[in-house]
Design a binder for this molecule. Structure first.
Ligand code: PSV
Ligand code: MN
Length: 387
C-alpha cells in the first residue's frame, strides 16, 4: 500500500470553503435553538470562520449567502476578512425567501418575477466583483407540489432562458455553478432535481458554467461517487456542498453519517483529476449546527474531509489497476479497503505540527479561550440565522 509519507505533500494546499450560515443559528421546521456566542453580524461570522482556518490551515475562504450576508461595502468586508487571515469565496444567491417566489423565480410564468430573480443574480455578480469571488452558486427552490400545477416543460425552457441571461453577465474569471436537489421545498416535481438536469442546463450555457453537487441532495442509496466520476469525465464538476444525510437534506457534519461514502467520493475525485492545484473543483461545506457548537462543528468537518482525502490518496492506484485488469475481484476490493481502513490520525497530527499547526486542532481551539470570549462578549443584538 502507498505510505503516508508518499502522499503527505499532496495534502498541502487543500482548501475547504466554509459557509457563513454555519455560524448562525439554524434548526428544523420545529425549532431553531439559539446558542451563546452566535454571531450577530456578517463580520462576526467571518471572525468565527477565520478561527477554523487558523486552527486547521484547511479553510481559507468563507462562502456568503445574499441577502443573509448583505453589507453596504463588500470591498471593506473583503479587507476585513483578509486582515483576519481568511478570504471571501463563493457567493450564493437566494430566491427562496421572498413571497414573489412562491410559485417559482427563474422559472416563474410571470416575466416580472423572472426579471426580479435575474436582477438578484446580477446583484450577486456585482458583489462577486467586489469580493473577488470566483463562483456564483445557484440553488433553486423551484418546482410544483401537485400534478398539473405547472407546465414542467415550459418551466425548463424559462429556466434555460433566465440562466442564459445571468450567464451573459458572468465575468471572464467567474463561473456559475448550478446546484441540484431531488426534492424540497417542492415535492411533486423539482425544476433542477438531478445532476443530469443541471448538466443539460449548464452545458447549454458554456465553459464557465458547471454543476454543483451537494452530497445531501440525493435519494437514499444513490451512488454519489458515480456521479462524481461522470461529471469529472465530462469536465463539468464545478463544486461540492459537503454534508451528511441520514434521511433527507439533513445538513449534518460531513463524514459523520457515512465516512466510507466520503472516502469513495474523494477517491473518485482524485481518480478523475478533481483534486490538487490544477483542479477547478471547489470544495465547500453546506452545513448547519443546530445542537452542537458551531465553530468546533466546522473544525470537525474540515478535519473529516482531510482525513478521508488522506485515506483516498493512500489507495495504491497501480496495484488497483492491475487487479482490475486481471479481473481479480477480491484483490481489487482488498486494495481499496486497505486504504479506507488505514488510521491516518497520528500521521496527520505529525504533519500538522511540522507545519506549525496544532496536532489536534479541535482540542487547541477549545483550549484557546475564543469560545468563552465570544459567549461573554456577544450579548444583545439579534443572533444571525436564516434571515
Ligand atoms: C439547499 O438545500 C441548499 O443546499 C443550498 O445550497 C442553499 O443555498 C443552502 O442549502 C442553504 O443552506
Ligand atoms: Mn447546498
Amino acid at each position: 500500500m502507498t505510505t503516508f509519507s508518499a502522499i503527505s505533500a499532496q495534502l498541502e494546499g487543500q482548501a475547504i470553503e466554509v459557509p457563513s450560515w454555519a455560524y448562525g443559528n439554524s434548526g428544523t421546521r420545529f425549532k431553531v435553538f439559539g446558542s451563546p456566542g452566535t454571531p450577530r453580524t456578517v463580520e462576526e461570522k467571518i471572525a468565527d470562520a477565520a478561527k477554523v482556518h487558523e486552527f486547521t490551515g484547511l479553510a481559507p475562504l468563507v462562502s456568503l449567502h445574499i441577502p443573509w450576508d448583505q453589507v453596504d461595502d463588500f470591498a471593506a468586508l473583503r479587507r476585513y476578512a483578509e486582515d483576519l487571515g481568511t478570504g471571501l469565496g463563493t457567493i450564493n444567491s437566494n430566491t427562496f425567501q421572498d413571497d414573489d417566489y412562491k410559485l417559482g423565480a427563474l422559472t416563474h410564468a410571470d416575466p416580472r418575477i423572472r426579471q426580479k430573480a435575474i436582477d438578484h443574480h446580477f446583484a450577486c455578480i456585482d458583489v462577486m466583483d467586489q469580493t473577488g469571488s470566483r463562483d456564483l452558486k445557484v440553488w433553486l427552490a423551484e418546482g410544483t407540489n401537485y400534478p398539473g400545477q405547472g407546465d414542467i416543460r415550459g418551466r425548463q425552457d424559462r429556466l434555460a432562458e433566465s440562466l442564459a441571461t445571468i450567464y451573459d453577465r458572468i465575468g471572464d474569471d467567474q463561473r456559475l455553478v448550478l446546484e441540484y436537489k431531488f426534492f424540497e421545498p417542492a415535492f411533486y416535481h423539482t425544476d433542477v432535481p438531478d445532476w443530469g438536469t443541471s448538466y443539460v442546463q449548464v452545458n447549454a450555457l458554456g465553459d464557465k458554467a458547471y454543476v454543483c453537487l451537494d452530497t445531501g441532495h440525493h435519494a437514499p442509496g444513490t451512488n454519489i461517487e458515480f456521479i462524481v466520476a461522470q461529471l469529472l469525465r465530462l469536465g463539468k464538476l464545478g463544486s461540492f456542498d459537503f454534508n451528511s444525510r441520514f434521511y433527507a437534506d439533513d445538513d449534518l457534519i460531513v463524514g459523520a453519517a457515512d465516512p466510507y461514502q466520503l472516502f469513495r467520493i474523494l477517491y473518485e475525485v482524485i481518480r478523475g483529476g478533481g483534486y490538487g492545484p490544477d483542479s477547478g473543483v471547489a470544495f465547500m461545506l453546506d452545513q448547519c449546527h443546530n445542537i452542537e457548537k458551531k465553530i468546533p462543528g466546522q473544525i470537525r468537518s474540515v478535519l473529516n474531509v482531510q482525513e478521508m482525502t488522506a485515506r483516498a490518496l493512500l489507495v495504491d492506484a497501480g496495484a488497483l489497476d492491475k487487479a482490475q485488469r486481471d479481473g481479480d475481484v477480491l484483490l481489487a476490493n482488498e486494495i481499496f479497503m486497505d486504504a479506507f481502513y488505514t488510521d491516518v490520525r497520528a500521521d496527520l497530527a505529525a504533519w500538522r505540527e511540522e507545519r506549525g499547526l496544532p496536532a489536534n486542532p479541535l482540542k487547541a481551539y477549545l483550549a484557546s479561550g475564543y469560545q468563552e470570549q465570544i459567549e461573554a462578549d456577544r450579548v444583545g443584538g439579534t443572533q444571525a440565522g436564516w434571515n
